[in-house]
Design a protein. Structure first.
Length: 162
């Protein structure tokens, strides 16, 4: 992907708490975009005259991120970073975390569908194994008896749940 015309591409790390990370992931899915574009939009909407200088509490696992900055944003960020002796990753993390904190918690993920079980196939497999056991008679191995018993118990359980 090429960078949008007139923007600076910068590699940084974004430090987010798990709840903020979940909100960012939800926002990316909701906007049908990618993380660098969503984070860059959050930064673009932040007023450059109100950049935060308090970076206490920047925590979380680092997310390596590419961001896009306009020349005006880059100049404002560089001046602010130099004046307050802070890092770009801390500044970006604070802005993004503050924005994400204003969003509602994402809805819980839908439960994963239960796998469909082909009971007919399992019954056929069980019948085939029983035929093998009966064919072997008293020479049938002990593991085959145990396996058939396990399959019967599993089939009964699936039929009860089904």
């Amino acid at each position: 992907m090429t960078e949008p015309q007139g923007l600076f591409t910068i590699q940084t790390s974004l430090y987010l708490l798990p709840e903020h990370r979940a909100r960012l992931e939800h926002l990316v899915r909701e906007r049908r975009s990618n993380p660098p574009d969503v984070v860059s939009q959050i930064l673009a909407d932040y007023p450059l005259t109100q950049l935060p200088s308090d970076l206490n509490g920047i925590k979380g696992e680092p997310i390596h991120m590419r961001i896009y900055l306009t020349p005006e944003q880059r100049a404002a960020f560089e001046a602010h970073l130099a004046a307050h002796n802070m890092t770009l990753s801390a500044l970006v993390s604070r802005i993004v975390a503050d924005y994400l904190a204003t969003l509602p918690a994402p809805p819980p993920a839908p439960p994963s569908p239960r796998p469909t079980v082909d009971l007919a196939k399992r019954r056929a497999d069980l019948a085939r194994l029983k035929a093998r056991r009966d064919e072997a008679g008293t020479n049938a191995p002990a593991w085959l008896h145990a396996y058939i018993a396990q399959m019967e118990a599993e089939l009964r359980r699936l039929e009860r749940e089904g």
